[in-house]
Design a protein around this ligand. Structure first.
Ligand code: ADP
Ligand code: ADP
Length: 229
């Protein structure tokens, strides 16, 4: 079965108290099988973030159906989420930020230190565990955010322009590392970006939405096939 299933979904914001309503998305239908790295592109305002928020469970679709692992999505339940700006605890250490996510995910205390070390190793931060968030770079913070999103064994990652605020070199390194992490863990991903380069480099599939309200204009297996490690 598909990890994410979007069926005839339309989404409209507002419309209350005489305000004008905005149809942001749809109708859109998409099936995302396990292991796919789907990159979502399209003009600004076409509904990419809206689609991601529907899959994350932050919004309920105005019409149609969204299912993730066969369930109606709830925030934090089915997917790990990475935003453009990392939302971490700035005065806490890198390790504590991961430890807290593990605690929320119900990982027993005795296993947290080892799991934290594994996750930080995966994102290239093995030596950074004791540093505080405010002391590390934006790129390192985004690595912490990715590690945190993977904590608790989430098998779906939703990423909303996670590298847009980074300089070109840092972005390139993070792209390479995210590609490796997702190939090694087989995590299904949905990645929103404005960059066609990023889509080609990271994706196993690219979906292009047309201008608002976004609809699937193109759905192509662009990008290199995964070769594992
Ligand atoms: P994208 O991520 O592709 O730039 P969004 O999903 O953010 O697009 O937005 C799609 C459309 O919905 C835009 O017209 C935007 O202004 C509108 N929109 C997004 N969020 C809200 C909101 N909370 N309230 C009202 N309109 C919104
Ligand atoms: P421990 O005693 O092993 O730290 P806790 O269950 O108290 O066990 O905390 C688990 C993780 O959550 C630790 O990494 C800790 O730093 C972090 N943590 C605990 N309380 C808070 C809090 N109020 N805010 C942020 N992080 C916290």
């Amino acid at each position: 079965a598909a990890v994410v299933s979007v069926r005839d979904v339309e989404h409209t914001y507002g419309g209350g108290r005489g305000a004008e309503s905005v149809t942001a998305l749809g109708p859109v239908s998409l099936e995302i099988p396990a292991g796919e790295f789907l990159v979502l592109v399209g003009p600004s305002g076409c509904g990419k973030s809206t689609l991601l928020r529907l899959v994350a469970g932050f919004e309920r679709a105005s019409s149609g159906e969204v299912e993730v692992f066969g369930e109606q999505p709830e925030p934090g339940n089915q997917a790990g989420i990475v935003f453009q700006q990392p939302r971490l605890f700035p005065w806490r250490t890198v390790g504590d930020n991961i430890g807290l996510a593990l605690r929320y995910a119900g990982v027993p205390r005795a296993e947290r230190a080892e799991r934290t070390a594994e996750l930080l190793e995966r994102v290239g931060l093995a030596d950074t565990s004791g540093r505080r968030i405010w002391q590390i770079s934006g790129g390192q913070q985004q690595r912490v955010a990715i590690a945190r999103a993977l904590a608790g064994g989430k098998r779906l990652l939703l990423l909303d322009e996670p590298f847009a605020a980074l300089d070109a070199l840092t972005r390139e390194r993070l792209q390479e590392d995210l590609r490796t992490v997702s190939a090694e863990t087989g995590t299904t991903s949905v990645f929103v970006t404005h960059s066609v380069d990023e889509a080609v480099f990271l994706g196993t599939r690219t979906v292009v939405l047309s201008a608002r309200p976004g609809r699937v204009a193109l759905d192509i297996p662009i990008g290199l096939p995964r070769t594992g490690t």
